[in-house]
Design a protein around this ligand. Sequence first.
Ligand SMILES: Cc1cc2nc3c(=O)[nH]c(=O)nc-3n(C[C@H](O)[C@H](O)[C@H](O)COP(=O)(O)OP(=O)(O)OC[C@H]3O[C@@H](n4cnc5c(N)ncnc54)[C@H](O)[C@@H]3O)c2cc1C
Length: 276
Amino acid sequence: MIQVTLLSHTPDPMRSLYMAYRTCYSTLTPQQVARRIEDDRITGAQMRQFIEERLKTGHASPLEQVAFEFGISGVSRAFSHQFVRHRVGISFEQQSQRYVTYKEGEFPYTVPESVKKAGMADRMEALFGDAGALYEEMVAAGVPAEDARFLLPNATNTNFKITVNFQALLHICDLRLCTRAQWEFRRVAALMRAEVVRAVPELGKYLQPKCGELRMGYCDESVADWEACPIGRVRPHKDALFRLYDQYRKGELAPLRDEDWAAIEEKEPAGSSEPY
Ligand SMILES: Cc1cc2nc3c(=O)[nH]c(=O)nc-3n(C[C@H](O)[C@H](O)[C@H](O)COP(=O)(O)OP(=O)(O)OC[C@H]3O[C@@H](n4cnc5c(N)ncnc54)[C@H](O)[C@@H]3O)c2cc1C
């Protein structure tokens, strides 16, 4: 079972973030800002408001000064391969298949729901059982775990201890809460989000897919993917926004029609005998 736990984070994320941003925009030194926070000349509400305004801008580097540590367990190696593609602002430690030898050939694994629904879980598990038995034989014959693991499937479970800064976590959620991401990564990202929302709700709410109202607010995937997306209906596609902008620039925005005005004024459109 996938488990995600926020193990620790920057002691006072809002204070750290406020001090980082305020240092950029103030004649005060960071030490003076810290003193003003300590003696309540700068309140929590003022810090929150200041940070909210900054978060509407592209000034993102202060977000790197807040870090979150997570324990993530029971995820597949199919997931972990995607996870470690994130290169910036995140540090990973992952359970090793070189130094950890599975006892009696029993390795933990994940069977996706789609395989269960297709009625093929038994065959998949039988194959894993055979792989485990051969793994055990190899280890008994002196093959090191680092070589016996060549038998193991993508389904094999693994564990992580990671540290990720807030800017990197926003980026990961942009991509991996998007419905184009695989279900397992979406679940891990959603669980990381839930943990941050619980601990620091003021920041957690910004962890959204990139089309979320607190992120870009529109979809930049292909039109076909946008049409197929279950939340696409409430998010505009970027092509629609550019078309609208282009029409506006050329003075070609469709004028309001009689029926639009009728709707505004709650009147029957001209020539209509049907109740409107
Ligand atoms: C839906 C989906 C499908 C995918 N399919 C595939 C696939 O088929 N094959 C595949 O190989 N991968 C695939 N990926 C992985 C993808 O290509 C990225 O490797 C992964 O999402 C990490 O994203 P990133 O590079 O934006 O993040 P990070 O590595 O965390 O980078 C963060 C930011 O820094 C920038 N950055 C990082 N390093 C550099 C650099 N050296 N130079 C300039 N800018 C840099 C990135 O552009 C990004 O904006 C897929 C990802 C998604 C979400």
